[in-house]
Structure formats: C-alpha cells, structure tokens
Design a protein around this ligand. Structure first.
Ligand SMILES: C[S@@+](CC[C@H](N)C(=O)[O-])C[C@H]1O[C@@H](n2cnc3c(N)ncnc32)[C@H](O)[C@@H]1O
Length: 197
C-alpha cells in the first residue's frame, strides 16, 4: 500500500506533449504495424473532441497508433476507448505504447477476436473505428450499427486503397438509409465516415 502510494507520487503527471512525442516515435514502425497516417490520427482527435465522445470502440488496435490519437482526446473529454486486437504480439506492443503515452488508464485494450467480442459489447458508442481485415468490414458494420448512438459515427479505414475488397461494405454504407456517408478528402488511404441518423 505504502509502496503503491510512493510509486504514484513518483509517477510523472500526464502530458499531451509526451503522448504526442511517443506517437511520433511510432511512425518509424507504421508499415510493420499497418498504422493509419497522421492526417487520419489528427482527424480522430478533432472528431472525438467535437462530438465530446465518451465511448469509442476501435476494431484493430495493432500497436496502438490510431488508438493513441483517440485516447489523447478521450483524456480531455473524460471518456474511454475499447480497442480489440487478435494478435498477441501487437496487443503487447499496444499495451507498452499506451503506457509510454501515459494513456493506459483511458484505454481498455483487449486481446480478442473482434468478430466474437463486438457482439458481446454493450452500446451506445459515440464513435466506432473499423480497421481490421478488410473482408470482415461488412460484418463489423452490421454488428456495430445498432450500438452507435444517433449522431454518432462509424469510421472505416482503407476505403480508397482497398476499395475492391471493400466493395460490398462501401455499397452498403452508401445506400443504407440509416446513415449518411462521406469520405475524408485528405485521408491518404481513404476514410469513410457514416453518420448514424
Ligand atoms: C491495419 S491494422 C490496425 C492499425 C491500427 N488501427 C493503427 O492505425 O494503428 C489491423 C489489425 O487488425 C487486427 N485484426 C484482424 N482481424 C481481427 C479480428 N478478427 N479481431 C481483432 N483484431 C483483428 C490485425 O491483427 C491487425 O493488427
């Protein structure tokens, strides 16, 4: 007990500058970990703040780069991120990175198969970000749609560079009357935003 108290007194207070420096350092492994580009990360940060989001779900953590952007904003809104990763090595890297960013307490990072785990999660979510295997996007969309609040957003990555594989998903989000879909113009690999009506 006394040791824990001492450790908490010694622990550095959270600083966004430090979290941003850690995010920057993760860029060198962006290819290996298939991370989103900084333009997408900055958008996640702004959107989370604009929606005053408290509950964000990410499908596909990898090493925690995109999750770090959400978590940095959630630290300000008082919210939390649930993020799901099936690969133990990437999940472990994400845990280390969230810790280094000083954001571990904002993130519930689960080693789980999202196709199973998402069905177990209770909504409502303000934002859901889909960034796992591309052929599964449509399944994730159908699973999360009822769990997103009205005015919330479902985001999906690689809508440009994986457009062929994502065709059934893209057709669905363009034609589903339950959402209004747009695409982030500055996203290098393509990012869809489906606003739930
Ligand atoms: C493109 S990467 C995610 C990158 C991350 N969003 C970022 O920008 O930092 C996709 C990740 O989804 C994970 N994944 C694929 N299928 C999954 C599943 N069924 N459940 C959980 N994670 C899955 C992969 O292991 C991989 O790490």
């Amino acid at each position: 007990m006394i040791l824990l108290l001492l450790l908490s007194l010694l622990a550095e207070p959270y600083s966004e500058e430090r979290a941003r420096a850690v995010l920057e350092s993760l860029r060198k492994d962006a290819r290996r970990y298939m991370s989103v580009d900084p333009e997408d990360g900055q958008f996640f940060y702004r959107l989370t703040l604009e929606l005053r989001a408290k509950r964000v779900l990410e499908i596909g953590t990898s090493a925690g780069y995109s999750g770090g952007w959400f978590a940095m904003a959630l630290r300000k809104t008082g919210g939390r991120l649930i993020t799901l990763e099936i690969d133990p090595e990437r999940h472990a890297a994400a845990l280390r990175n969230f810790e280094a960013m000083g954001l571990a307490d904002v993130v519930d990072a689960r080693l789980a198969n999202a196709l199973v785990e998402v069905a177990r999660l209770e909504g409502p979510f303000d934002i859901v970000f889909i960034d796992a295997w591309k052929p599964d996007y449509l399944r994730y969309y159908e699973l999360v749609l009822p769990k997103v609040r009205r005015g919330g957003a479902i985001l999906a990555h690689n809508t440009r560079n994986a457009a062929f594989t994502l065709k059934p998903f893209l057709e669905r989000i363009r034609n589903d009357p339950a959402v209004r879909t747009e695409f982030l113009p500055g996203s290098p690999q393509g990012l869809s935003i489906s606003w739930k009506k």
